[in-house]
Design a binder for this molecule. Structure first.
Ligand SMILES: [Zn+2]
Length: 275
């Protein structure tokens, strides 16, 4: 079920929302980034890794949204990390006794029963400014930014030329801004895209959290496409974007776009400033 996208880097695409789990081979086992969504998919992944003699030695969640925080007992008890801000956000979420019910509301009802929540979010926050994931394998640079979610991290596996983008740079999802408790979500998103642009030259392979794997040309193309969308959103214009509208992979994307427009308009009314 695993597909190699670069030397020692494999992915598994979930049936849910084209989510990509990323496996990076290290010396004594693998680093597993955003393990997946369906319980049986994660179990099968654990099985495959077991057969390859590659235990999971480290886990990482790119950001504090449910579909990136899951885990399966079969994957073992390796330390799981996220950025400090990501982990702090998860801590607040899990401190509410009704957290499972709250998360369940966000999961599409047709798959809710297949998503195991027991081990959700059991991550350790890395101290702010941590440059690399602590593990015994290829160096994985943490590129933290504020855009889609608090403490969102893209990861650059430099020796392999792979950029793991989390929920940025997708060919199927439009940029979804973090509109909760953020002062300037538009500028945050544009700043994050500039940060990714700064490492684009080092990436031959792009793995988005959801959607298709891209080559080097796609890194720049998707940065440009995301920036154009954010500009259109800022200017309340109509995005000429294939991810929304008749050609969209997901028909619910136009609803996401409309909601973002409305929320930004409300903020402008409230604060008198756009964004
Ligand atoms: Zn996601």
């Amino acid at each position: 079920m695993l597909r190699q996208v670069a030397e020692g880097v494999l992915i598994h695409e979930s049936e849910f929302c084209q989510s990509n789990a990323v496996v990076v081979q290290g010396r004594a086992g693998v680093l597993l980034i955003d393990p997946g969504v369906h319980g049986d998919e994660m179990a099968a992944l654990a099985n495959d890794l077991g057969e390859l003699g590659q235990p999971v030695v480290t886990g990482f969640s790119t950001h504090p949204h449910w579909d990136h925080l899951l885990w399966h007992a079969g994957l073992g008890a390796a330390p799981r990390y996220g950025t400090g801000r990501c982990a702090a956000t998860v801590r607040v979420l899990l401190s509410d006794v009704g957290w499972k019910a709250r998360i369940a509301q966000r999961i599409p009802p047709d798959i809710a029963e297949q998503v195991p929540l027991d081990l959700l979010g059991l991550i350790t926050g890395l101290p702010a400014e941590t440059a690399r994931i602590p593990w015994d394998g290829p160096q994985v640079r943490i590129i933290e930014h504020q855009a889609h979610a608090p403490g969102h991290a893209a990861l650059l596996i430099e020796e392999r030329g792979v950029l793991v983008a989390g929920d940025m740079l997708s060919d199927v999802l439009i940029p979804m801004l973090d509109l909760n408790d953020t002062a300037d979500p538009i500028e945050d998103y544009l700043a994050a895209l500039r940060l990714l642009e700064g490492v684009a030259a080092s990436a031959d392979v792009l793995v988005p959290g959801h959607g298709s794997i891209g080559g080097a040309d796609q890194v720049r193309a998707r940065i440009d496409q995301d920036r154009a969308y954010v500009h259109a959103l800022r200017d309340a214009g109509v995005p000429g974007d294939p991810r929304v509208g008749p050609s969209a992979t997901f028909d619910w994307m136009s609803g996401v776009h409309e909601r973002q427009l409305q929320q930004l308009a409300r903020r402008t009314e409230r604060d008198g400033t756009p964004g």
